[in-house]
Design a protein around this ligand. Structure first.
Ligand SMILES: Cc1cc2nc3c(=O)[nH]c(=O)nc-3n(C[C@H](O)[C@H](O)[C@H](O)COP(=O)(O)OP(=O)(O)OC[C@H]3O[C@@H](n4cnc5c(N)ncnc54)[C@H](O)[C@@H]3O)c2cc1C
Length: 436
């Protein structure tokens, strides 16, 4: 049996590792992971890559090496389409940075297919967003933001030194969800480290961060308590929080609001919601929801094709909230992790001719980290009795432990302990900020 997993992110890489160890090593099934990138960076860390507090080159997992160690195969490639009747998928040609072809378009056969290709930012068709904003969907976008940030700080430092200029660097972030809130705080931390590492003319007043949110409060998916605590902390840092402000259009360095106000900024980040990738729109005969997610049944198989599973941000998995109202499993790392576990069990059950497990989403709460300043959140279910609000050091520890749990799923105990030790050592021997 050949199982192909497309997308080696928070959920897909955990699944490939698990199946590689359980089935691939014992030659019970061939497990193939396909991703458009060569290395995995856990997506919830991308705002840290953007600010420079995390070096993606160091914290990434190379797919080929990981596949070799864990009993599965890896191919680099970008999904282009599917032929469900023939049970095969199509990959785009692989091009290098100069546009030269490295590999031609390819076809891959599967017996079971798992789609785990995550999500992309939803620009809600606002004019100019796609062309002029930076998105934090992929490591290379976060790295591009970071390279621009370094250059902008260097230029600013030199201008202030030469002319005692009153110029500020203005970063505008559209979207007051977790990504926008966390990135705002990260930028102030980055400014502190840039000043420490030689750009001493750049003082706190030289960085301006505007966080623009269409709704009446930040972090709409979290409780009012967390939302107002986060807002208070951001205001203390100096973030200009603009609520109930709808963006009508964006051009190169200007945001225009629906009230007609023009906001100038040096970099504009769009972090205002997600949708499943457009490639899924082109696959015919499958049911999708408004976020373009593929609808799945209780076992996480596509409603229209039981030989295909979907998990994580690209899966539309219906759920009832505490009041019995219908909603969707939220696009979060913990959902991708839980779905990967169920899909893994169900693929083994299919091989063993056993009944399939029903997926039950368990909300373990939410955490928001304001860089090293503070963190807030609510722990639920398995991590707390009932629900528990957490703040400060405890919340920060819980936040870091989420990444450790992902590392545990892909590396096991021994390597995860070594990795956390090495990150403690790096804390002392490496710069606190990536400076190039
Ligand atoms: C800045 C930021 C902070 C976040 N913080 C949190 C947090 O604190 N807690 C939390 O629970 N969630 C957080 N999230 C959300 C979380 O990252 C996602 O919900 C989670 O990563 C979804 O996992 P996934 O496996 O579905 O997709 P992903 O982890 O996005 O992985 C998708 C994979 O598919 C690959 N891929 C995409 N398209 C193709 C294609 N066409 N062909 C081949 N491969 C493809 C990608 O390269 C990627 O490796 C955050 C997100 C962001 C952007």
């Amino acid at each position: 049996m050949k199982i192909v997993i497309v997308g080696g992110g928070a959920g897909g890489l955990e699944l490939a590792t698990n199946l590689g160890r359980q089935l691939g090593r014992k030659k019970r099934a061939e497990i193939l992971l396909i991703d458009r990138n060569h290395a995995h960076v856990w997506k919830p860390l991308l705002h840290e890559v953007a600010s420079g507090s995390l070096d993606a080159d160091i914290d990434s997992v190379n797919y080929r090496v990981h596949a070799h160690k864990n009993g599965f195969n890896f191919k680099v490639g970008s999904l282009k389409g599917l032929d469900r009747d023939q049970k095969c998928l199509y990959l785009e040609p692989l091009l290098d940075e100069e546009g030269e072809e490295v590999l031609p378009a390819r076809t891959e056969h599967y017996d079971y297919l798992v789609l785990a290709i995550g999500s992309v930012s939803n620009d809600f068709s606002v004019a100019g967003v796609a062309e002029n904003c930076i998105f934090l969907d992929q490591p290379d976008q976060a790295q591009l933001f970071h390279r621009r940030l370094v250059n902008q700080f260097i230029r600013l430092n030199s201008e202030i030194a030469r002319e005692s200029s009153k110029r500020t660097l203005h970063i505008a972030i559209i979207g007051g969800g977790a990504t926008g809130v966390e990135l705002s705080a990260e930028l102030f931390k980055a400014r502190e480290w840039f000043s420490t590492y030689g750009l001493r003319h750049v003082e706190s007043g030289h960085l301006k961060v505007s966080l623009i949110e269409a709704g009446p409060r930040l972090l709409p998916a979290l409780s009012e308590r967390i939302s107002s605590a986060a807002k208070e902390e951001l205001l203390k840092l100096g973030v200009q929080v603009r609520l109930s402000t709808t963006v009508a259009s964006v051009d190169k360095q200007t945001i225009t609001t629906s009230e007609g106000e023009h906001i100038k900024a040096d970099q504009i980040v769009w972090a205002a919601g997600v949708k499943a990738p457009d490639i899924l729109r082109d696959i015919e005969g499958l049911e999708k929801n408004r976020m373009n997610q593929l609808l799945v049944n209780d076992h996480l198989q596509l409603t229209k094709d039981p030989s295909i599973f979907a998990l994580g941000d690209c899966a539309g998995c219906p759920l009832k909230d505490n009041n019995g109202e219908p909603r969707w499993v939220p696009p979060r790392a913990q959902s991708a992790h839980q779905m990967a576990t169920t899909v893994g069990k169900n693929l083994v059950n299919l091989l063993d001719n056993k009944p399939l497990e029903v997926f039950k989403y368990q909300d373990y709460g939410s955490l928001v980290s304001l860089s090293h300043y503070t963190a807030f959140g609510k722990l639920m279910g398995g991590l707390a009795i009932g629900s528990m609000n957490v703040e400060g050091r405890l919340a920060r520890m819980a936040y870091v432990s989420l990444y450790r749990m992902h590392q545990l799923a892909i590396h096991g105990w021994y390597r995860t302990v070594l990795l956390s030790l090495s990150s403690k050592i790096n804390h002392f021997i490496r710069p606190r900020l990536k400076l190039h």
